[in-house]
Design a protein. Structure first.
Length: 733
């Protein structure tokens, strides 16, 4: 683990511990404060209500009592306000109001209740003692006030009596020497007034309420009438407000901690970057040099020892940088010249063939166009060079603007081609119609009746590049017979063989081992000591149909891949090559072409390793070959394949190497043994300085990476001499 990561972890842990402690303490203190504040507020409210209601308790049913309590409760700060009598009491007036007796002047006696619910006792009057105590309380007593209060009674409930229940009370009522038996149903409850409000926690989540419980006590205040307590007022605080404040405080603390943590980490990162940057720069430079990327440390560190190491690393990187710069410059110039037409900026035939190879590998669907400008030579004779060039440029723009699925190419002179990938027949027909219309418009513009004819053929995944091009050219010839600026589209029925017939033929050849392996492309050394030494030759597979005609190997492999027989085919080829080496006692290397399907298949790789291990004495002579465009399709699996092959002593070569498939800065990642350049890079190299510069740069890079560079099919003596002078490992003719 890096030093910076260790510091990040340690500081983060310390920060968390500090924050957690502060957070817990802060929440605890806030919680206690809110509990105290809510309780105090509830007590103050209870005391205030007690003082307010004291003068109204002469009539406990006074509606003004309810109004006052409701006014306080409506503020929403309280969960419940409850006024309770000190005892279960009632007056004779209450009995008369609850009975069916009408009028005034009734005197009540002999009050009884069912003994199972409780007993009733009279409540004594205050008398003289009460009056004296009232005087001590500064109450004004009118000694001549003869008004009598209605006698009161206290109900003493039995154990099973429930507050708020109704009881039946019997009594005798007398009036004008008339006495009657009567009964009253009275609700016996201590609660005189009760107002409740639901606790609303709004946005406070339940988990927070469960995690931080608030203990809010119910507070009370006694209401006295003289020296006697007549009622008690209870007030309970609403926890919703307290929880809202506590939640906001906790959330704010967490947000602040997160922001502070992020700022602290950001400052720490900046600080560590400043402290550790010199070491990181040296590490980065070392890695880049190991990967073939040569940079320098521009800002040298102040520390003496690290400064010396940085200077040494810069010197080493600078010495190689010039080689890479030259290589990249040559590559850029050559790639542009070899792959793009200078006048029209269209891709050249080399790129067309490369894109066709990609379609074979990826098994794409599409169409191939063959287009030729009619009588371009005659047009050039009657027009200036600028007019001719302008005509070709406008013609090329028409091809380039047809669709983003279409890529146009210029072969040479008046011959053009196009590839349409992933296009269906209906879409193709509309594109062809647009092309014919555009050519017609151009014809009117330059006063040339016939601009070009178009031939279109479906891409044949089991065909060959020359075969498909020939098929498109045949369609072009038919278009010439139709009329000016016309096109002809061949259909799928033009394919040479029925797919089922191909499948049956390929299966028979592979299952019965009817193919043959010959050896071609002999590569000899180029140095004076090795120029007559055979370094490597390539295993070439031949197969014939039932009539004895050779089957194009590209078609054969394509069908084998399509129907899952390529693994068996490659196993058969490897076995025959190993038998040939053992039987012929040869000492040079043999390159064996493998399909990408075999390279990425784990079971095939296990079989191959076991096969090589059983023939370890010749393992160094086995060179497994994969095309550059095959490697580009699955780079990671190709790396794994190289590791497996090297683990048993065999070697790997990339053949037909082109920079458009594998960039130069990726070569270092493969740990290759050989690279064989595509023939276009060395064909005519003696007359093309850009090719020479490219191959020279490739040789220098290969030497740095300990890769042997081979040239393919160098036929001309002058080309062979140039390749030899550049120091390549070997070349085939």
């Amino acid at each position: 683990m890096s030093l910076s990561k260790q510091l990040y972890i340690i500081i983060s842990f310390i920060f968390f511990m500090i924050f957690a402690g502060n957070f817990v303490i802060s929440v605890k203190n806030t919680k206690e404060y809110l509990e105290l504040e809510s309780t105090t507020k509830a007590q103050d409210t209870a005391t205030g209500l007690g003082m307010t209601l004291k003068n109204l308790m002469g009539n406990k049913n006074d509606p003004e009592i309810v109004s006052i309590i409701n006014a306080i409760a409506n503020r929403g700060f309280y969960k419940e306000i409850r006024l309770e009598d000190v005892s279960f009491s009632f007056s004779e007036e209450d009995l008369l109001n609850s009975s069916n007796l009408n009028g005034e002047g009734w005197e009540i006696s002999d009050i009884k209740v069912d003994g199972r619910v409780g007993t009733i006792e009279p409540l004594g009057q205050e008398g003289e003692l009460g009056k004296q105590l009232a005087l001590l309380e500064n109450e004004t007593i009118d000694p001549f006030d003869e008004k009598k209060e209605s006698p009161k009674y206290i109900f003493k409930p039995a154990k099973n009596f429930k507050d708020g229940s109704d009881i039946d009370i019997t009594f005798k009522a007398s009036k004008d020497e008339k006495t009657v038996e009567s009964k009253a149903t009275v609700n016996i409850s201590k609660i005189l007034v009760k107002v409740s409000r639901a606790e609303k926690f709004e946005y406070v989540p339940q988990w927070f309420i469960d995690l931080v419980p608030l203990r809010l006590l119910e507070m009370k205040s006694e209401i006295s009438n003289g020296w006697n307590t007549t009622a008690v007022i209870y007030v309970s605080a609403n926890a919703g407000d307290a929880y809202a404040k506590l939640y906001e405080q906790a959330k704010g603390a967490i947000i602040y901690a997160i922001v502070a943590f992020l700022i602290s980490i950001a400052l720490l990162v900046i600080f560590l970057q400043f402290i550790l940057q010199p070491l990181k720069n040296i590490e980065k430079l070392a890695i880049s040099i190991a990967q073939g990327k040569f940079e320098i440390i521009t800002k040298l560190p102040w520390t003496t020892e690290i400064r010396r190491v940085s200077i040494a690393m810069n010197d080493m990187s600078t010495k190689i940088e010039g080689v890479i710069r030259k290589l990249n410059k040559n590559l850029e110039n050559m790639t542009k010249k070899l792959s793009q037409d200078e006048l029209t900026s269209l891709q050249l035939r080399q790129t067309f063939e490369t894109d066709m190879k990609k379609m074979f590998i990826s098994k794409d669907e599409g169409f191939v166009f063959s287009i030729k400008i009619d009588d371009l030579g005659e047009f050039a004779k009657t027009h200036t060079n600028n007019e001719t060039d302008k005509f070709l440029i406008e013609f090329s723009k028409i091809l380039s603007s047809l669709s983003n699925k279409i890529t146009p190419y210029r072969f040479f002179g008046s011959e053009f081609a196009m590839i349409a990938k992933g296009m269906k027949l209906d879409e193709l027909k509309s594109i062809v119609d647009k092309l014919k219309k555009d050519l017609g418009d151009l014809s009117l513009k330059i006063h040339k009746k016939e601009i070009a004819h178009i031939g279109v053929t479906p891409f044949n995944p089991i065909g060959t590049i020359p075969g498909i091009v020939a098929s498109a050219h045949e369609a072009y010839e038919k278009a010439k017979l139709i009329g000016p600026n016309e096109a002809h589209i061949r259909d799928d029925s033009d394919l040479a063989r029925d797919m089922e017939e191909w499948k049956s033929l390929v299966f028979d050849i592979i299952d019965n081992n009817k193919f043959e392996v010959s050896f071609i492309g002999q590569a000899y050394g180029l140095s004076k000591e090795d120029q007559r030494t055979l370094l490597m030759e390539e295993a070439f597979t031949q197969a014939r149909d039932n009539e004895g005609e050779d089957i194009p190997i590209g078609t054969f492999v394509s069908i084998a891949e399509k129907y899952g027989k390529i693994l068996d085919f490659d196993k058969g080829v490897v076995s025959k090559v190993i038998d040939h080496i053992n039987r012929s006692k040869i000492s040079h290397c043999i390159s064996i072409n493998l399909s990408l399907d075999s390279v990425v298949n784990l079971s095939f790789r296990r079989w191959l390793k076991e096969k090589i291990q059983n023939n370890e004495d010749i393992s160094s002579q086995l060179v497994f070959s994969v095309t550059a465009y095959g490697v580009a399709k699955d780079v990671e699996e190709f790396k794994n394949f190289i590791e497996d092959v090297h683990s048993v002593g065999a070697k790997v070569i990339i053949k037909r190497f082109e920079t458009k498939f594998i960039p130069l800065d990726h070569i270092k990642d493969f740990n290759l043994d050989y690279i064989r350049l595509a023939r276009d890079y060395t064909s005519g190299i003696s007359k093309d300085s850009s090719k020479k510069g490219f191959v020279e740069s490739m040789q220098e890079l290969s030497a740095l990476l300990n890769i042997k560079l081979l040239a393919e099919n160098v036929k001309e003596d002058s080309d062979h001499e140039v390749v030899r002078s550049l120091g390549l490992y070997g070349a085939s003719r």
